[in-house]
Design a protein around this ligand. Structure first.
Ligand SMILES: Nc1nc2c(ncn2[C@@H]2O[C@H](COP(=O)(O)OP(=O)(O)OP(=O)(O)O)[C@@H](O)[C@H]2O)c(=O)[nH]1
Ligand SMILES: [Mg+2]
Length: 324
């Protein structure tokens, strides 16, 4: 692997009414060696003076298109001029000291590096959120075969090439999940690095409502990235009433000598179809993962050719055409 340095990067911070925390976030960035001109604040039309706070400290602020964090991320990607982009929230929950370590992994050939929130400050994450995050992680493991522990993290560097391919169609707080789903399902290299996470200052914006939205978005992502699996998995649900009927018929026959012909037929049909659908669903998963492996190999090859051609154009190495 290896695809060029990230010395030129943009730090994108989506901000909506973060006047309380933005000053310490910006100070922390500078203290950690992040130059002001590498940071792009994407404002969601804040009414608390967040925009003015950032501008008065010499940071570049742009107004997002549309509404919601996903659209803010999209606006940021469209306005970032660099190949490497790193995202961070403006609520002082993500320590800026991790930025350089995360970017290093991009330089090591990854396309997306998730800052996995492992070192949690007490009270920084609710149980509901942890459950939702676990559900997403399981979803990514089953569907795409990637082992990630914090797909909803708001601190992650990524290559612009990947981000430009994302549709940004999921509204709400699942923009990160959409980026990870696109990366994992189309052969981009994804990894994670453990980071710290602080308790939010001020009122938490995530609630039970967002929990439902996250669940709905898992369904939408499955439909989008693996529709055949989705249909077959739904069909596999026939196994539950089918097995119930089978057990009932068997029980009545064994203990009471009563034979339920119609229920037996229905039970066998449902459980048979359900079993068949389950097998087909597992097979589609297998083929999906195979497709991902092929795409990943192609992307790796593309990077290798690209970086060698780039080096050759600088006169450093000659392209060895026999090496593929
Ligand atoms: N531009 C823009 N930024 C947003 C919008 N919604 C949230 N943000 C910012 O996105 C970042 C993450 O939002 P949070 O509200 O902290 O979301 P969260 O971290 O998932 O939830 P909490 O647990 O409440 O912190 C923060 O910097 C917000 O200010 C929006 O609609 N537009
Ligand atoms: Mg937050």
């Amino acid at each position: 692997m290896g695809e060029g340095s990230c010395s030129d990067y943009t730090g994108i911070i989506p901000v909506l009414n973060e006047a309380e925390t933005l000053p310490i976030v910006l100070t922390e960035l500078v203290e950690n060696g992040i130059p002001r001109d590498r940071v792009l604040i994407v404002d969601g039309n804040s009414s608390d003076g967040s925009r003015e706070i950032a501008e008065s400290r010499g940071f570049r602020v742009i107004l997002q298109e549309g509404k919601g964090k996903a659209m803010a991320v999209k606006t940021g990607v469209e306005n970032a001029g660099s190949e490497c982009i790193v995202f961070m929230d403006g609520d002082y929950t993500y320590p800026a000291r991790h930025i350089h370590d995360l970017l290093k992994q991009l330089e090591n050939g990854y396309d997306l590096v998730i800052g996995s929130r492992v070192y949690l400050e007490k009270g920084s994450q609710s149980t509901l959120f942890k459950l939702g995050n676990k559900a997403f992680s399981l979803f990514f493991r089953v569907l795409f075969g990637v082992k990630l522990s914090d797909v909803l993290s708001g601190m992650y560097p990524a290559r612009r090439k990947l981000l430009r391919e994302v549709g940004f169609e999921l509204t709400g707080f699942s923009v990160e999940a959409e980026i990870v789903a696109h990366a994992a399902s189309t052969g981009f290299r994804v990894t994670e690095v453990p980071i710290g996470y602080r308790r939010r200052v001020g009122r938490k914006k995530l609630g039970v409502r967002h929990g439902f939205k996250i669940a709905l978005n898992i369904v939408r992502l499955t439909w989008r990235y693996s529709p055949v699996f989705f249909i077959l998995a739904l069909g596999a649900l026939m196994l539950i009433p089918g097995l119930y009927l089978d057990m009932f018929v068997l029980y009545r026959w064994l203990f009471y000598g009563v034979v339920h012909h119609v229920r037996a037929l229905a039970g066998i049909t449902l459980s048979g179809l359900g079993a068949l659908w389950s097998i087909l669903a597992v097979l589609t998963l297998y083929f999906k993962r195979f497709e991902i492996r092929v795409l990943r190999a192609l992307r790796d090859l593309e990077k290798k050719v690209g970086s060698e051609a780039w080096q050759a154009s600088r006169g450093n190495v000659a392209i060895n055409r026999n090496s593929y």
